[in-house]
Design a protein around this ligand. Structure first.
Ligand SMILES: [Zn+2]
Length: 365
């Protein structure tokens, strides 16, 4: 199934060959840099885009996708990758692993490299595995250099701990002078959400990395805010709601990490439990009146609406109030069925039927 080879070992020889070849096109390069690393990419590529903790680069022809995913990680590199399916490689002098996987006409290549208290995962998706793409991949990997980030890593940020939350914040943090109050509010939200969802938390504390602004996050190659539920990590602005990202982390443990794959339901629940005290039924009813009660929230359409989270919170509240929290939890904490199958399986109705029921309720607001 998997065709493994160490591309980095090959990289040097390919680059030497390419440099000696007269037909080789000389590409112009641009530089992308954040706190952690600097790399060169072809200047005719699309501008880098941040997607949570990924930096994404796409070639001008859309035939080659490249992302670097970074995370704070204290465990062993071995825990992250499947056994027997990798080989060693070296990126900027650091040993890591490379895994290749072919699906249809797409070739996936993953490099995983640890540095200080972090893990960096490089993903290349190549639409055809011609030599040209391979050459570009090798150029990108060759150009990659770690910056001297040891003193700026999250591990060296200030840390304040409550019973279940570790709050990490830099010296210039907006919460520096009120970290106790800020953290206690999150702990209270944590307690409320655990009780509401009846989750007995037996996990390590949740790590919350607190940034001052989106620009502050961009310096680290991060688009705020988001929760990495599997690792109980939250990357947040100081002004984000107290409950939203915590709710993602806690609901992940309703049933040992099994969660429905539905933006509407996942974001709806997290917004419903964001601890702002907002009346989402009233807000949704007001919005729907403006939009003449015609919206689509199911499947991939969810994020197309600027008010999707408000609608989602109201819809989730409807499901819980009308059909019980227990049923909602069974529906939510399973990954056996897709969104539409899940509605039929647990509510014995189509998603669109439930949406219409909910809209009828909102018309009374
Ligand atoms: Zn969310």
């Amino acid at each position: 199934m998997k065709n493994i080879k160490c591309l980095v070992v090959l990289a040097i020889s390919i680059c030497i060959l390419a440099a000696g070849c007269e037909q080789h096109e000389v590409n112009e390069f641009k530089t992308y840099s954040n706190v952690y690393y600097t790399l060169q990419y072809p200047s005719n590529w699309q501008d880098p885009v941040l997607n949570h903790s990924k930096v994404v680069l796409v070639s001008n022809t859309n035939k080659l996708y490249f992302s670097i995913h970074q995370m704070f990680y204290e465990g062993s590199l071995q825990d992250l990758i499947p056994e027997k399916e990798y080989e060693e490689c070296v990126i900027d002098g650091v040993k890591g692993y490379v895994i290749e996987n072919k699906e249809g006409d797409e070739l996936y290549t993953f490099y995983v490299v640890p540095k200080n208290d972090m893990i960096f995962e490089f993903t290349f998706i190549s639409q055809d595995d011609g030599d040209k793409n391979q050459e570009t991949i090798d150029q990108l990997i060759e150009s990659f250099e770690f910056n001297n980030f040891k003193s700026m890593s999250f591990g060296n940020w200030n840390k304040y701990s409550t019973e279940n939350i570790e709050v990490y914040y830099p010296d210039n943090s907006n919460i520096y002078d009120e970290v106790t109050k800020w953290s206690d509010q999150r702990q209270n939200a944590f307690n409320y959400i655990c009780e509401y969802l009846d989750v007995q938390w037996d996990q390590e504390p949740i790590k919350m990395f607190v940034f001052n602004s989106q620009e502050h996050g961009q310096q680290y190659g991060i688009q705020l805010g988001f929760a990495w539920s599997m690792f109980s990590q939250i990357y947040t602005l100081d002004i984000q709601t107290k409950g939203h990202e915590l709710s993602h982390c806690i609901s992940y443990h309703i049933n040992s990490g099994r969660t429905i794959d539905s933006d509407l339901i996942e974001e709806g629940l997290a917004t419903h439990l964001d601890m702002t005290g907002r009346d989402f039924h009233q807000l949704a009813a007001n919005l729907l009146r403006e939009k003449s009660f015609s919206i689509t929230l199911l499947g991939d359409k969810f994020r197309e609406h600027e008010n999707a989270y408000t609608f989602g919170a109201s819809f989730v509240k409807y499901l819980i109030d009308e059909y019980s929290l227990d049923l909602f939890k069974e529906f939510y904490a399973q990954n056996k069925y897709n969104e539409e199958e899940s509605f039929k399986r647990f509510y014995n109705k189509d998603g669109s039927t439930l949406i219409n029921e909910w809209i009828e309720l909102l018309k009374t607001y």
